[in-house]
Design a protein around this ligand. Structure first.
Ligand SMILES: *Cc1c(COP(=O)(O)O)cnc(C)c1O
Length: 386
């Protein structure tokens, strides 16, 4: 064994000792928000396919059609020979969808945040970076090596206090947060956040991963309801849009800056035609999915009402993501097991992903869930917690 392998082994042994070893398991989609695992059919309350678009025939057809017409790969990075007319047309379509001046495609949301935030900080190594304490791991990756001033989750009073405390700072200010948080399903107060950013001349970076397709006018995200409120919006096509890839939307100046300085854009091969085709189809469908969005909102209200009536804490959830906050980590695991034994899949989320004492079942609703699916889930949770 090499010395590096010795380290790998001892790291895995420490993970085993904490009972935290993870392994990959096969889940086969079975339609109607169901999947098959180890031979059992489970109702899926775990994936982020909120609108059921991952199984929509138009996405798969257009992905196949564009791959046939344009090839399997782009062959080079965007600045070399990788840019096709299809990339530019899709970026114009994304900008129109987000009501922004310009947009830029990225391979995934993780890649996008890690690369883009790092590129912004390159322009301003002296910038103060204010970030929500519960920001996604990819945003922390993008901020690596830069000091972060972290405000309490969605606590805009705390953000204002931090900004005021650093009022004499000469360099730029950057605020990074999300419109919907994946473990809580709560929303940021964007009107107030944007006013705070303006008042302090701070650049506002908003991650709309869980809002894109679901919230805002025609599913365009919360920022679309307040044009000009955000300087940089990012989002992913891998959740409600059912496929893969990510975008940044903002001013032409911002996009030109990224094209010229963002290492994760410059040194990565252009997204392949199949991916562009699937995104293009999803963007055609999403604005018209008003009934699906209303259904998601209704299912969220239904589930929260059922859980709250039974005395179960759903935090500040106001979206398609509903936590059943149990508190104790072992109890949250036991709840996930009890729910799975009844044919439903929802993940137990424990520290360090959430603060200690707030372990929970994270429930992701889909427009394709039946009322009865949600009623069964609520029954199972209430019964286990009684
Ligand atoms: C899922 C997620 C990402 C990463 O997006 P991928 O396309 O899955 O890589 C980024 N930010 C947030 C808030 C997310 O929930």
């Amino acid at each position: 064994m090499t010395s590096m392998e010795t380290r790998f082994r001892s790291a895995l042994e420490r993970i085993d000792a904490r009972h935290e070893r993870r392994t990959l398991r096969v889940s086969a989609p079975a339609g109607d928000a169901r999947l098959v695992r180890d031979g059992a059919t489970l109702i899926d309350f775990s994936s982020n396919d909120y609108l059921g678009l991952s199984a929509h025939p138009l996405l798969a057809e257009r992905a196949a059609e564009w791959a046939k017409r344009l090839g399997a790969g782009a062959g080079a990075s965007r600045l070399v020979t990788g840019t096709r007319e299809a990339h530019l047309a899709l970026e114009r379509k994304i900008a129109a969808f987000k009501h922004s001046e310009a947009a830029l495609l990225f391979p995934s949301g993780w890649h996008c945040n890690a690369a883009v935030l790092a590129a912004l900080l390159k322009a301003a190594p002296d910038a103060l970076l204010f970030s929500d304490r519960l920001n996604h791991a990819s945003l922390h990756a993008g901020a690596a090596g830069h000091r972060q001033l972290r405000f309490r989750h969605n606590d805009l009073d705390h953000l204002e206090a931090l900004l005021a405390a650093h009022n004499d700072h000469a360099g730029p200010r950057l605020i990074v947060t999300e419109s919907v948080f994946s473990m809580d399903g709560d929303r940021v107060d964007l009107a107030r956040l944007s006013a705070i950013a303006r008042a302090h001349d701070a650049f506002l970076y908003l991650d709309e991963a869980h809002a894109t397709g679901v919230l805002g006018p025609e599913g365009r995200g919360l920022s679309a309801a307040l044009p000009g409120s955000v300087d940089l919006v990012m989002g992913t096509f891998s959740k409600a849009l059912g496929c893969f890839g990510a975008y940044v939307a903002g001013s032409q100046l911002l996009i030109d800056y990224l094209v010229n300085t963002c290492g994760g854009f410059i040194f990565s091969t252009a997204p392949p035609p199949a991916m562009l085709g699937a995104i293009d189809a999803a963007l055609d469908l999403v604005p018209g999915m008003t009934a699906e969005r209303a259904r998601l909102a209704g299912l969220g209200d239904l589930l929260r009402a059922r859980l709250q009536t039974a005395g179960i804490d759903t935090g500040a959830s106001a979206t398609q993501i509903v936590p059943a906050i149990i508190g104790d980590a072992a109890a949250a695991l036991a709840l996930a097991d009890a729910v799975a034994a009844k044919g439903m899949l929802a993940a137990a989320i424990r520290p360090p992903t959430v603060p200690s004492g707030t372990s929970r079942l994270r429930i992701a609703l889909h427009a394709t869930h039946k009322d009865d699916d949600v009623a069964r889930l609520a029954d199972a949770i209430v019964e286990q917690c009684a």
